[in-house]
Write a protein that binds this ligand. Structure first.
Ligand code: T6T
Length: 328
């Protein structure tokens, strides 16, 4: 054999060995998926997780907390760690500070962490206070808040009183949305006054009651920003119940079927669809890539939005981002 062919043969053999190693690593991993709460957003994310797991031949153990919060998420996480057979946990931390300790315990037990939808600390896993997660894969929620503010401002003619209904403090996703929304209103719309946020603790009925109380107190209320599924749905039904559909404009974060129906009825002006399927799918791919030895995975991936209004809602390229869960 000439020298070059020997070298090529060695390279091929080496590549095959590496490939086999990678395939083994990939085949062996087992992932825990622990989202924030039962809702259409995370159900679609689960579809993404399952699709990627199927394509890559990876086993996933999913546990979805029935309600939002550190108290509910932590014991489920602890039980995932205690199983002893998981290599990765894909999770949406329900508090950016309080979930650091419980998730660090996972890392100490040899489990790698990927956060989806929400992040820990300030979300900068390269130079921020929390560095252990492999990556954050989710929306740029500050930008989403800005988009929502501009949409609502336009719908109300650039002036008046608007109100934010949100879920919980110290959750990176909704906190970013509130921040971006307030920032744009303060900088670009001096004639708009912002009230709130009120926190509904992911309870749609509470969101409706809180919005109804604001509608009573502020007869001139021009618009409401609902920062997630529960906030937007509760806010929308309060507006409808007060007979103010179309008079008080609602911007809904999260493209549930209910939000789209309220848009069809003229209650909701703008719906911001996140991309939960992408978040779930990519998180599993990242785990597989990490297990296969990839060392240059991005520490932050922004998945973008589809901005839905009555003019584009029937366009299949946009409508595909409405949260659809088969059988629901
Ligand atoms: O808006 C999503 C998610 O992005 C947020 O972190 C929590 O609430 C939702 O799951 C919607 O209910």
């Amino acid at each position: 054999m000439r020298k070059t062919s020997v070298t090529s043969a060695l390279i091929v053999a080496g590549a095959l060995a590496l490939g086999a190693q990678a395939a083994n690593a990939q085949a062996k991993i087992k992932i825990g998926f622990l989202p924030g709460v039962v809702d259409p957003f995370y159900q679609v994310m689960q579809l993404g997780v399952e699709a990627a797991a199927k394509n890559l031949g990876i086993e996933v153990v999913t546990q979805i907390p029935p309600t939002w919060g550190v108290d509910v998420q932590t014991p489920i996480l602890d039980s995932m760690i205690a199983r002893g057979d998981l290599n990765y946990i894909i999770t949406a931390p329900t508090d950016k500070d309080q979930m650091v300790g419980p998730l660090k315990a996972a890392v100490d037990a040899g489990i790698k962490v990927i956060t989806v939808d929400t992040f820990l600390g300030d979300g900068d896993y390269v130079s921020g206070p929390v560095k252990f997660p492999i990556s954050y894969i989710g929306s740029d929620n500050v930008e989403g808040g800005r988009i929502s503010a501009r949409g609502l401002a336009k719908a109300i003619g650039g002036k008046g009183i608007v109100y934010i209904n949100s879920t919980n403090p110290n959750v990176s996703s909704v906190e970013g949305r509130e921040q971006g929304f307030k920032e744009v209103m303060a900088k670009e719309y001096p004639d708009i006054k912002v009230l709130g946020p009120d926190y509904n603790l992911d309870d749609m009925n509470k969101a409706a009651q809180q919005t109804a109380a604001v509608l009573q107190r502020e007869p001139n209320l021009a618009g409401v920003f609902g920062t997630n599924v529960f906030s937007a749905q509760g806010a929308g039904s309060a507006v409808v119940n007060a007979g103010l559909g179309g008079h008080v404009q609602v911007v809904a974060y999260d493209a549930t079927k209910a939000a789209i129906e309220q848009m069809d009825k003229g209650v909701v002006t703008l719906v911001l669809a996140q991309k939960p399927f992408d978040m779930g799918y990519m998180a599993v791919q990242f785990a597989a890539a990490d297990a296969a030895g990839v060392t240059s995975l991005p520490r932050r991936v922004e998945t973008g939005f589809a901005i839905i209004d009555k003019n584009n809602v029937k366009d299949p390229a946009v409508a595909r981002f409405i949260y659809q869960v088969p059988g629901k």
